[in-house]
Write a protein that binds this ligand. Structure first.
Ligand code: BGC
Length: 252
């Protein structure tokens, strides 16, 4: 029998979700997307997730739900809020989603979820040693694994380089905002990843986020003293990783 969980990925602009076969790492049926409600407040987002759940294919009401979110998440409590309302800071998201959805829920950081998906089903399969997953999107998300075990809530997108929070310079949103060419953006990525390598000496760096689909345009321009590869799961990584962890914690 398939092992099934729901994966939901909450972002600043959209909320995506799907049913996931956590054994194979495949989506069951189509992915569903709803807009993130303006203001990104907890109650509105919870209602939007409730609506999204109804649009998923029919499934066992016992299937756990993994929800990933652009914040530090400790024991189900969101400790920060990037691109959503500040009301999430100190909010017991696990408890609030469980009460509203009447299902087992596990909330985790979005980059941690994407990293779990890559380690299990994608570019990091069977990798030992130190692996750093990064997601290049509105911000820079990061996840650290040692011998396959996640060290949660790494916030390496906020490394200070040249006196600034470097996600403001090297996230994909900075390239779009400033109209940079891939070559210009790659110079910033060069600085960012060199710093990561200097600080952590990783064995492998995985580069995710939607733009990793075009990794041919920028990864070959980087000269990094570490293997650096594009993510395999691209846009679905958050959904897959969130579903997998929720199943691991709450599945039967
Ligand atoms: C947040 C992280 C998040 C990343 C990607 C950063 O701004 O601090 O928690 O993982 O954006 O969404």
């Amino acid at each position: 029998m398939a092992k099934i969980a729901v994966g939901i990925d909450i972002g600043g602009t959209g909320i995506k979700g799907a049913l996931v076969d956590v054994k194979s790492g495949e989506l069951i049926g189509d992915r569903v997307r709803v807009e993130t409600p303006a203001g990104g407040e907890p109650d509105d987002i919870i209602q939007a997730v409730k609506g999204l759940l109804k649009q998923l294919p029919k499934h066992d009401a016992e299937a756990p739900i993994g929800i990933c979110f652009p914040a530090v998440v400790r024991k189900g409590v969101t400790m920060s809020a990037a691109n959503v309302s500040k009301k999430w800071i100190g909010f017991d998201a696990d408890a609030a989603f469980e009460a509203a959805l009447k299902r087992h829920v596990h909330v985790l950081n979005d980059a941690d979820a994407a990293g779990i998906a890559e380690m299990k089903y994608g570019a990091g399969q069977n990798e030992t040693g130190l692996v750093i997953m990064t997601t290049l999107g509105t911000g820079i998300g990061s996840a650290i694994f040692y011998d396959g075990t996640l060290v949660p809530n790494a916030e390496l997108g906020h490394l200070q380089i040249d006196g600034v929070d470097y996600e403001t310079k090297a996230a994909y949103s900075a390239m779009e905002r400033e109209g940079l060419t891939f070559k210009q953006w790659a110079q910033r990525l060069q600085k960012y990843y060199s710093e990561l390598v200097a600080l952590f000496s990783p064995d492998l760096i995985i580069v995710g986020g939607g733009i990793s689909k075009q990794s041919d345009e920028f990864l070959p321009l980087l000269k990094i003293k570490c293997e650096i590869v594009p993510a395999a799961k691209k846009n679905n990584a958050g959904i897959l990783g969130a579903a997998r962890l929720a199943y691991k914690i709450h599945g039967n």
